[in-house]
Design a protein around this ligand. Structure first.
Ligand code: HXC
Length: 517
């Protein structure tokens, strides 16, 4: 009969085997590639000693291809829960040393258990992905487990925050789990995401493309918009995941966590009074405004290198997490285009899902003109942003810094789509369009027939500027709640946010709306 001692030894041996993963040789290869192992990554992600593993003893049950002769407890994914700065999260880390981190039936079901538990307990999920994809030997059982994960990602969407860190390959349909989650962080040079690899592409379209160009972190951080953050190392990616979690509530029923701040809520931002150039067409960096108004100037920018004509990200205002959306006049003059609309719409919807108040800083000359944009569906994409803002019931505060022209005025958190506070700086110009364009349309004949056309045009532009390109008409109609000195922006937003935090706004009950996707 087995003694107590033997039973304990048995348990310990099993745990040691699970912890060894695919063995030292494969761990060394992982390290040589500049990658941490799954367990090292979780150690880095979580507070010291907080990780509680589940399913370390799960084994695959595939018998084909001699798989039953190579069973590694844990089946290539380390799952459990732990804390980040004392707040609990669920997590999983794929172990590339076990069958290349490939996802077989049981590996997938372990991830499903994590997602189920996170949903049941209302806790965020951080997934660390490093996998050769569907485990080829397990065939359809592997595909089935993938779909079980996708289904759960969708079910948890908008209920608990989901963050994917891509730290190795992520190919084929496997990309769709991260794509459904709220944020994707990619490690430069080691992370690759694509639906079909370079060889298939060569066969089908005869294009030559490297792994890196096809689906590296730079590609997805600048061209496709699939990823939200690029980091230079595993450690940096995990640190970023911790930072991100710190901005977020644990679930959709909670308020975002507050953070004590040494920065006075009523701080006057003197430099903002002279920030807007006298020349309307001169750009400035809207991040300077963001850094002035947020607590200690801290701002976690999301998708910084994609659709940079709009800036989105998280900050704190008087200790409260806020989401910031700002047109960026130094890129494409801050125009809204297809990508900017998609980027901002998804961000607004994330904030609304998780009770994060929105601050919108407006300096937008309109939607970007051009056949590329029209044929690419700017109507459909721009509508997403309008839809997202209109649907959002979190506290919404908007400041018009300079231009707010045309449909873009309506879209960017206007009073008409139920913003709670609408402010403008004296430099605001709110109109159907800029003076040059407007004068050409409404005074075409007058300019043509004038003795000195150019002089007449200039006079009319001046006149239009004076009459319409200012905040006074909108303030007179109550579309703005106030016109303020720029230096007062932080204190005004902070004071209003304090009373909006318990805001309740209902929309008609429905299964779900039909956002123009
Ligand atoms: C089983 C796999 C595997 C897989 C890798 N391995 N991918 N085992 N199923 N999908 C194993 C290898 O046999 C090897 O085992 C170990 O993992 C490490 O792989 P290497 O090739 O030595 O590593 P590396 O050179 O770094 O290359 C990594 C790789 C490559 C680029 C991921 O392994 C690869 O191309 N794998 C196949 C990728 C793929 O086509 N997957 C299916 C995608 S489609 P040993 O024992 O030698 O250490 C898909 C559909 C999902 O995933 C659909 C969801 C709906």
């Amino acid at each position: 009969m087995e003694t107590t001692r033997q039973r304990l030894d048995n348990l310990r041996n099993r745990k040691v085997r699970a912890e060894a993963g695919g063995g030292q040789e494969r761990v060394d290869v992982q390290h040589k590639k500049g990658k941490l192992t799954a367990r090292e990554r979780l150690d880095y992600l979580l507070d010291d000693g907080s990780f509680q593993e589940i399913d370390a003893l799960v084994e695959h049950r595939c018998k084909d291809f001699d798989m039953d002769k190579n069973i590694i407890p844990g089946d290539g994914v380390v799952c459990g829960h732990g804390t980040i700065d004392g707040r609990p999260i669920y997590c999983f880390a794929q172990d590339f040393t076990v069958y290349g981190g490939s996802l077989g039936e049981m590996h997938g079901l372990k991830i499903c258990k994590v997602l189920d538990m996170a949903l049941k307990n209302g806790l965020p999920v951080v997934g660390l992905n490093d996998s050769g994809g569907a485990r080829i030997q397990e065939g359809v059982a592997s595909l089935g487990s993938y779909a079980e994960i996708f289904f759960r990602n969708v079910r948890a969407s908008g209920v608990v925050p989901q963050i994917s860190v891509i730290m190795g390959p992520c190919a084929g349909g496997a990309v769709y789990s991260p794509a459904i989650t709220d944020f994707v962080i990619m490690v430069d040079k080691t992370a690759h995401m694509f639906i079909t690899g370079p060889e298939v592409i060569k066969t089908v379209t005869n294009e030559d493309v490297s792994f890196e160009d096809l689906g590296g972190a730079t590609t997805h951080g600048t061209k496709s918009g699939v990823s939200h953050f690029t980091t230079q190392s595993d450690e940096e990616a995990l640190e970023l995941a911790r930072q991100l979690v710190n901005y977020l509530p644990a679930n959709n029923m909670e308020k975002a966590p507050t953070k004590s701040s040494s920065d006075p809520a009523d701080r006057v931002c003197t430099s903002l009074d002279s920030l807007i150039p006298d020349d309307d067409n001169k750009p400035y960096d809207v991040r300077k405004v963001i850094e002035e108004i947020t607590d200690n100037g801290a701002f976690l920018e999301v998708q910084a290198d994609w659709a940079a004509n709009i800036v989105v990200g998280f900050a704190h205002l008087a200790g409260n997490t806020v989401g910031i959306v700002a047109n960026q006049p130094c890129i494409l003059a801050g125009c809204l285009d297809i990508d900017a609309s998609d980027k901002a719409a998804r961000f607004v919807r994330f904030c609304d899902s998780f009770n994060i108040p929105l601050i919108t800083l407006v300096d937008v000359p309109g939607f970007l003109p051009g056949t590329n944009q029209e044929w690419g569906g700017i109507i459909r994409h721009g509508a997403k942003l309008l839809y997202a803002y209109s649907e959002a019931t979190v506290p919404k505060m908007t400041v018009i810094l300079r231009k707010a022209y045309g449909g873009a005025y309506d879209v960017m958190g206007s009073k008409h789509i139920r913003s709670d506070l609408n402010l403008a700086w004296p430099s605001a110009k709110i109109a159907v369009m800029g003076a040059d364009g407007a004068v050409e349309i409404i005074h075409r004949n007058r300019i043509k027939s004038a003795r000195n056309s150019e002089q007449e045009r200039e006079r009319l532009v001046e006149d239009f500027n004076e009459k319409l390109l200012n905040p006074w008409k909108a303030a007179g109609l109550g579309y703005l709640d106030d016109v303020i000195e720029p230096s007062q922006t932080r204190r005004r937003l902070a004071a209003t946010l304090a009373i909006l935090l318990d805001k309740e706004e209902l929309r008609p009950a429905r299964k779900h709306g039909n956002i123009p996707l």
